[in-house]
Design a protein. Structure first.
Length: 423
């Protein structure tokens, strides 16, 4: 981008996937803006962004792995005519005034699903969206991380060294603020380049439908039994052990929420699983466990022992079932045994979707969501026709562009199974 005046060092250039050297992006073009921490400063940002024009680049930094939950600890925005703003949600927890002046603007995010929930907590809800990561997937870019996209599409190399930092740190180091400002520096330019590529490939309407679907999706409901996502829980093979996992997980979650720290920093998942397998009875038993050697875990030994004791004393009717009841099909690896015909349908359906995805240069999961493929194969319509499959796909949440592409090939694939007498 010859019209972009960025600080760069030729000696530090790196190679892109296509060969030419990428220019390191070292400084925001207007420098690092001051962090907005007061109502007065936020009012000036609102005024500046109301006076700007065009799409608005938006990003948010969280403290995943450090703090409880997924709230934002820094929000970055950039717009033509407005410059870049770095907003501290700890000082400015209500961004609804900014949201109001941007109501008619398209917001540009990378991997929007990651940031939309924490932005919504601050009062920001885009009405128009362009997701540069999703656009990259639909276009078949081999690497769709923001740094890779900026490098391979625009020719600039972004530093990504602070993506996993503890953004709840205050004050934020200057190098972190530089990184945060650079994350939105070229996001609108990337959007423009991808928009042009989507138009040239005939995929723009597909992308717009995907973006609208993201905005229309309701918030995800809380999981009924979140403790079942404990890493390594597959090693626990009886209900009493699962009861221990549940009780210890819930005790850990209460402590983590009270202290506002990531649950894994209070007690690692490996320790929860070890407790469920060994069923310790005394403090001495706990003190000998290798997974309880870190300081945070040892601070609450009496809590863990109490949770294990509670689980041990539960009658069988109050112990959790081995598997969680769900409204979907069973795991695919069990299909061949439970329903061989469904397993054959799944294989044929996956192959048809993969072939279409290859033809249109995109990942299979973007051609049709894996959960939709599984549900369709497990419970297909009584009549195998393109029309019946299209109706079933619509009920399952497939987008119109997906249905138009996959319904006929899927019907043919399943009809071939019927003709072979395999169903």
């Amino acid at each position: 981008m010859s019209d972009t005046n960025h600080s760069a060092e030729t000696a530090g250039q790196t190679e892109t996937d296509s060969g030419p050297a990428a220019t390191p992006l070292l400084e925001p073009r207007e420098g690092i803006p001051p962090v907005v921490q007061t109502a007065e400063a936020l009012s000036r940002v609102v005024e500046a962004f109301a006076a700007g024009s065009g799409p608005v680049a938006v990003d948010a930094e969280r403290a995943s792995g450090y703090r409880y939950g997924q709230r934002a600890y820094l929000v970055q925005l950039r717009r033509a005519g407005s410059g870049t703003a770095l907003i501290d949600p700890m000082g400015c927890p209500d961004l609804s005034a900014l949201d109001a002046v941007l109501a008619d603007a398209e917001m540009v995010l990378h991997a929007a699903n990651q940031d939309l929930p924490c932005l919504a907590e601050l009062g920001m809800a885009p009405r128009g969206l362009f997701d540069t990561e999703l656009a990259g997937r639909l276009l078949g870019h081999p690497r769709v991380g923001l740094g890779s996209m900026i490098e391979n599409v625009l020719g600039f190399a972004l530093e990504k060294g602070h993506s996993a930092a503890d953004w709840s740190t205050r004050p934020l180091p200057v190098e972190w603020l530089r990184y945060a400002a650079l994350d939105v520096e070229l996001l609108v330019e990337l959007r423009d380049a991808l928009h042009e590529e989507l138009t040239e490939t005939g995929k723009l309407a597909w992308a717009m439908e995907e973006f609208e679907s993201i905005l229309a999706a309701p918030p995800k409901p809380p999981r009924a039994e979140p403790w079942r996502r404990t890493s390594g829980i597959h090693r626990v093979r009886n209900r009493r052990g699962l009861a221990v996992v549940r009780e210890v997980w819930q005790a850990r979650d209460r402590i983590a929420q009270d202290r506002d720290v990531s649950p894994g920093r209070v007690l690692p998942d490996a320790a929860i699983v070890e407790l469920s397998l060994t069923l310790p009875r005394t403090m001495a038993d706990l003190q000998g466990m290798s997974s309880l050697r870190n300081r945070n875990a040892r601070r609450h030994l009496s809590v863990w022992l109490g949770a294990v004791s509670k689980a041990r004393g539960l009658p069988e009717r109050e112990q959790p079932e081995q598997s969680q009841a769900g409204d979907g099909p069973p795991p695919a690896h069990r299909w061949a045994e439970r329903d061989p015909e469904a397993a054959k349908r799944l294989s044929a359906t996956r192959a048809a979707v993969a072939a279409l995805a290859d033809e249109h240069h995109m990942p299979s999961e973007n051609m049709l969501q894996p959960d939709v493929v599984r549900r369709l194969a497990w419970s297909p319509p009584a009549e195998i026709s393109a029309e019946a499959l299209a109706a079933a796909l619509r009920v399952l949440g497939a987008r119109s562009w997906q249905i138009a592409l996959v319904s006929v090939p899927l019907a043919r694939a399943l009809q071939r199974l019927e003709c072979k007498g395999e169903l």
